[in-house]
Design a protein around this ligand. Structure first.
Ligand code: ADP
Length: 205
C-alpha cells in the first residue's frame, strides 16, 4: 500500500477498547510490565547480557520475552535493510511489538543497536512513565572491535559492509539512560546483576 492509501485507510480506523485493562493481565502474573531496552554498538554485549538477564528474571518467576535484533530481522523485519529509513522502521516495529507484549503483562527485554536517539525516544514515549528502562551498553568501540565475535568489524573496515554503526554510520549515545553498562571489565553475570538491582529499586521486580 502506498503512503497516501495507508493514511486514508488509517483515518477510517477506530481504536477498539477491550474490556480488560492491561494492568489486569499483569496482575494475573503478579508482576509489573516493563520494556528493558538495551542499546549500544555491535558486540558491546547486548544479546549476551539480555540472555543472562532473561534467565535471571525467569529464575525469579517472572514472565519475560526477549526480542533480539538478529532474530527479528529473520522474520518480522526480513524486508528491511540497513539504510537510515529501514533502521528507523526496524525500531518502530520493534517498539510497537514490545508495547503489545508489555500490554500482555510481560517484562520485555530488547537487544537492538538502535543507533538514533530520536527513535529510542519514540519507543520511550509509546510506554507509560516508568515502564521504559534504557540500558546503554557503553562498551567502547575499540573493545567491540577487538571482540568481533562474528568478524563483521573486519568486514566493515575493509568496506565489505556499508552503513556499519560506529564505522561508517553514526551511533548517537543516550543522554540520560536509566543504566550505563560498560562490559569491558565486568562478567556477564555482574552486568545482568546490575540491571536486576536497578529493576528492584524501580519496583519492577
Ligand atoms: P551485541 O548483541 O551487542 O552485538 P553480543 O552479545 O552478540 O553483542 O556479543 C558480545 C561478545 O562479547 C560476545 O562474544 C561475548 O561473549 C563477549 N563478552 C565478553 N565479555 C562480556 C561481558 N562482560 N558482557 C557481555 N559480553 C561479553
Amino acid at each position: 500500500m502506498n503512503s497516501s492509501k495507508a493514511e486514508a485507510a488509517a483515518s477510517n480506523l477506530y481504536w477498539h477498547h477491550g474490556a480488560l485493562e492491561r494492568a489486569s493481565r499483569a496482575a494475573l502474573k503478579g508482576q509489573k510490565p516493563c520494556v528493558i531496552w538495551l542499546t549500544g554498538l555491535s558486540a558491546s554485549g547486548k544479546s549476551t547480557v539480555a540472555n543472562a538477564l532473561e534467565q535471571r528474571l525467569h529464575d525469579m518467576g517472572r514472565h519475560t520475552m526477549l526480542l533480539d535484533g538478529d532474530n527479528v530481522r529473520h522474520g518480522l523485519n526480513r524486508d528491511l535493510g540497513f539504510s537510515e529509513a529501514d533502521r528507523v522502521e526496524n525500531i518502530r516495529r520493534v517498539g510497537e511489538v514490545a508495547r503489545l507484549m508489555a500490554n500482555a503483562g510481560l517484562i520485555v527485554i530488547t537487544a537492538f543497536i538502535s543507533p538514533y536517539r530520536s527513535e529510542r525516544e519514540i519507543v520511550r514515549n509509546l510506554m507509560p512513565a516508568g515502564e521504559f528502562v534504557e540500558v546503554y551498553v557503553s562498551t567502547p568501540l575499540a573493545i567491540c572491535e577487538q571482540r568481533d565475535p562474528k568478524g563483521i568489524y573486519r568486514k566493515a573496515r575493509s568496506g565489505e559492509i556499508p552503513n556499519f554503526t560506529g564505522i561508517s554510520a553514526p551511533y548517537e549515545e543516550p543522554q540520560a539512560p536509566e543504566i550505563m553498562l560498560d562490559t569491558t571489565d565486568k562478567t556477564v553475570d555482574e552486568a545482568a546483576g546490575i540491571v536486576v538491582a536497578f529493576l528492584k529499586s524501580y519496583n519492577v521486580v
